[in-house]
Write a protein that binds this ligand. Sequence first.
Ligand code: ATP
Length: 643
Amino acid sequence: AALERKPEVDIPGGWKEGQPVPYAALAKAFSLIEGTTKRLEKTAILTAFLILVIERSAKNDHQGLLQAVYLCINRLCPDYMGVELGIGESLLVKAIAESTGRSLAVIKADLKKEGDLGLVAMNSKNSQKTLFKPKPLTLPFVFSKLKEIALTTGNASQAKKVGIITKLLAACQDVEAKYIVRSLEGKLRIGNAERSVLVALAQAAVLAEKERLGKRWSQDKLATRLEQGTEIMKSVYSELPSYDSVIPALLEVGIDGIREKCKLTPGVPLKPMLAKPTKAIGEVLDRFEGKRFTCEYKYDGERAQVHRLADGTVGVFSRNSEDMSKKYPDLVEQLPKCIKESTQSFVIDAEAVAVDRTTGQLLPFQELSRRKRKDVKVEDIQVRVSLFAFDLLYLNGEPLLQKTLEERRKLLREHFTIVPGEFDFAKSSDSETTDEIQVFLETSVKDGCEGLMVKMLDTPASYYEPSRRSVNWLKLKKDYLAGVGDSLDLVVVGAYFGKGKRTSVYGAFLLACYDSDGEAYQTICKIGTGFSEEFLQQAYDTLKPLEIAQVRGDIKAGGAKPDVWFEPKVVWEVLTADLSLSPIYTAAQGLVEDRGISLRFPRFIRVRDDKDADDATGPEQIAEMYERQSLAQSGSKKKGGDD
Ligand code: ATP
C-alpha cells in the first residue's frame, strides 16, 4: 500500500538524465525517511529514490546507484576492504566551527542541548548569512570527498581531514550538512537497516524494469514480482556481499539474471552461517529426531574463512569479514602444505585455534587473544595457531553452498591434508544417542573445546546458509549445561570512575544491547566486578578515546547515569546467571513488559574484537532468554534490577 502512494522524492527542478545525482536529492530522501517511523514507508521512499537514480543514470553508468546505495548503508566500499568512516566528535566540532565561523564553545554547547552533531551542523549553517549561493553538491563529489577523508592517514592527517570537511560543509545547503556530518560520524540515524536498503534496491530494480518495458501488471502479479525480486537479491547478496559486483550486474542483466552472474567468489568473504543455542542434549535430539546429523568439536578460537584465488593469492577473513591476513601470516604461510595438488581455488570455513606446538594441545581463546592484531611478522610469533576446517564452500571454480554437508565434508577431506599442529579437520562423530553425544561432549571439553556443534548432515536442510543463524546448526556449550545459558555480546556505552585505588581508570561499565530494527542501543546492566587491575588499565586505554561529551541520540539510556559516555564500538562477551525486569534499563522494553530487562550478576568473559557494535545481541534474543528463564522458574517473575 505504501508503494501505491508513490512518495514524492524528486527535488525542485529534478535532474536531467545522464547528469550526476544531486546530493540534495539523496539528502531529501534521507530527510523523508527520517520523518516517518513506519518501516514500509521508509522502504517505499528509498525505493522511489533509487528508481529515479536508475532511470536518470546514463547507459552503462552504475556509479550513481552504487554510490547512493553505499551512502544509504554508510559505507564507501565492501566491508572487507576496511575503509571506514567514523570521524571523532572533536574533529567534526572543529570543522563545523571553522566553516560557520562560530566558536568551539558555542558548537559544544549546542551539541549538549541537541545531542546530534548533524543537527548542530545544519542549524549552524542555516543561521549563517551567506552572500552567494554555493554550487550544488553532487553525489559523486561528496562520495569522493568522504573517501578521501577516510583514506587520509599519517602526519597531519587530522588537519587535512578538518580542511576537507570544512570545505564540504561550506558548500552545503538546507539539510545537506546534517547528513554529511552524520555520514562522517559513521551513523545516519534515519532508522533504515541495511536489509531494508537491500529490499529497496530489489524493488527499485523490478519497478524500473517494469516501467522501461511498459508492462501492465495486476496487483497480484506486481506483489509476486516484488517478492521474488527481493528473495533473489537477498540470496545473491548473502553469497556475494559486495555491491561493487552486484550493482553493475543488476543494471546489466536485470534482477532475473543476477543469480547466474553473481556467485560466491574467492576473495569476497561471505557472511558466515551461525548456530542456534541449545540447552541440553535432549533438545538436540528433539530437533533432529529422525534426521541424520553430525556432532563436531566446537573449538575455542577465532572463526577464519580462508580463501584461495586461482592465482594462488590467499586471504583470511574474520567472522565480520575483516581481512585478517596480516594478523595470521603464519596461516597463510602454512596453507600450501595442507592442500592437495588437485586443489586450486577454494573457500573453507574454519576455526583458528592457539596450540602448543610441542604437545599439540589446544590452548584456550585467552592465549590466542595475546596475539597482535596487525602487521604480525612470522618470526615474532609466540602463540602458534592451527586451523581446524569444518566446511568447504567453494572448490576449483564451483560454489558448493547447495550441496549437502556430507558432500562438502567429503570433498574437504579429499582435497586437503592433515599437517599436525597446523591443519586438521574438525573432529566429528556421527553418533545419534544421548549417551554417545554425552561422551563426545565430555571428550571435547577435556580436549580444550567449548562443547559441540551439531549439524544436519544430508537433505537440503544441510545446505550452507550464509549469514543465517540456522536451526540446522545447533551449539551445545558446556556452559549451558551448567544452567547459565548463552552468553551475550554487549556494547560498552558508558563507564563509572573507580573508587579507592582505581580512581585513575574506570571501575565499572555500562553495557547495552543493539536493536537493529530501531538502530538504537538499549542499556542492560552495569558491570564492575571480577576485573584485574591490568584489564582495567587496558579498558581505559581503549575506551578513553571514545569518550563523548553527550550521550548519543541512539543510546536509549533509561535511568542509567554513568560518569562518561562512549561512542558505541567496543563489544564484550558477558555471561549471566539471571535476567530480571528493571525500572532503570531499556533492553527489550515493550517486548515482555513495559519495563526493560537487566542482567543480574553479569560476568565478563572476553573482548569480542571480531564483532562490531551492530553485531551485538538484540532485544528479541534477550526477551527470549528472559522468557525461557521465567518458564524454567514456572512463571515466577522476579522484580528488581539495580544501578
Ligand atoms: P559464540 O559466542 O558461540 O562464538 P557466535 O555468535 O560468534 O557465538 P555462533 O554461531 O553462535 O557464533 O557459534 C559458532 C561459532 O563457533 C562459530 O562462529 C565459530 O567461530 C566457532 N566454531 C568452533 N568450532 C566450530 C565448528 N566445528 N563448526 C562451526 N563453528 C565452530
